[in-house]
Design a protein around this ligand. Structure first.
Ligand SMILES: Cc1cc2nc3c(=O)[nH]c(=O)nc-3n(C[C@H](O)[C@H](O)[C@H](O)COP(=O)(O)O)c2cc1C
Length: 181
């Protein structure tokens, strides 16, 4: 799969086959995800891969703010990645103070880059993903026993897509989103 195809054919997948992705395949996807760039190359992104049905059920029941769309997706999901980041590093240079007016926002930025890299790597290996932002970070941290120094950035539901590949969602035109100066 070439890079253009990988970018353009990735979709948010919300219907999954009743089949687990092997841990070996997931390690290959993390191997690719770790090539994501990061502030100062601090590599703050972490991936907690949950393939236990009881834990996925708990996340659906307690940790998506009752958002029906996410509850429904989790009911047929085989696996969920909890994407987290190590706090307090990105955004800093030599001193302990944040280097820019964005303060610690760069850690979320790093997590976002890692997130898309994970989704593209998964897609290239035939695995569908859907990013969840409507989540309760604290409850998820407790459910998966996240280390104290990390914060949850997002969930990524993943698995083998059931049925037809999800249809493309509309995009704004280049002229609407880009300007040359
Ligand atoms: C930061 C972020 C948060 C998102 N949160 C959710 C979510 O909670 N539930 C969901 O079903 N999709 C969620 N999505 C998926 C978007 O709805 C989806 O990416 C968008 O509609 C474009 O469709 P596509 O991914 O198929 O190209 C999220 C995507 C991003 C990037």
């Amino acid at each position: 799969m070439d890079a253009i195809e990988m970018i353009k054919e990735r979709r948010s997948v919300r219907k999954f086959k009743n089949e687990k992705v092997s841990r070996e395949t997931m390690k290959e996807i993390i191997e690719l995800s770790r090539w994501a760039p990061s502030w100062g190359n601090f590599q703050v992104a972490r991936y907690t891969l949950v393939d236990n049905d009881d834990i996925i059920k708990q996340i659906g029941e307690k940790a998506v703010h009752g958002f029906g769309y996410n509850i429904k997706t989790l009911q047929n999901a085989q696996s969920v990645a909890v994407l987290s980041f190590v706090k307090g590093k990105s955004g800093k240079l030599y001193a302990d103070d944040y280097a820019t007016s964005k303060g610690s926002v760069w850690e979320v930025f790093d997590a976002g880059i890692a997130c898309q890299t994970f989704c593209l790597a998964a897609h290239a290996k035939g695995i569908g993903t859907c990013i969840f932002g409507v989540i309760d970070d604290k409850t998820i941290s407790e459910i998966v026993n996240l280390p104290e120094e990390e914060t949850v950035a997002a969930l990524i539901v993943y698995g083998y897509e059931e049925g037809e590949h999800a249809a493309p969602t509309p995009r704004m035109e280049v002229e609407e989103i880009a300007r040359f100066v």
